[in-house]
Design a protein. Sequence first.
Length: 154
Amino acid sequence: GVLSSDVLSLHPTGEPMRTVNVKDGYALQLAVKLGFHVAIITGGRTEAVRKRFAGLGIEDIYMGSCVKIHDYRDFRDKHGLKDEQILYMGDDVPDIEVMRECGLPCCPRDAAAEVKQVALYISHQDGGYGCGRDVIEQILKSQGKWMNGDAFGW
């Protein structure tokens, strides 16, 4: 994953359990607070994932996404965005179609080789270990928004 590691623990009920990175969460909520449209597009279906990202202020959460390009286009059109305005971070083959369409395709260091071939930026962090924070931090720094007054709280 991008915001979780590739390893899943299984709950006794069979439900997959994911771990998430607190620093990724901080950067995501800051981006939302600063007015960025943020979406989560995941093949996962666990309610814990929805609750985690909704708690960070993310409204566009696409769960059980079988063909991610459909949800990507829904998000883009819903917010009146152009492809070149969108950064997308993916880590495996189901993400490639979206990465070919968006303006800034990114991936974690441990992404599949095919994904790395499409990415314009490869994070120095692995999925679930701060790659989301890395990308958001770089974007906000480039826009002079990283260490502003909004940065010092959750």
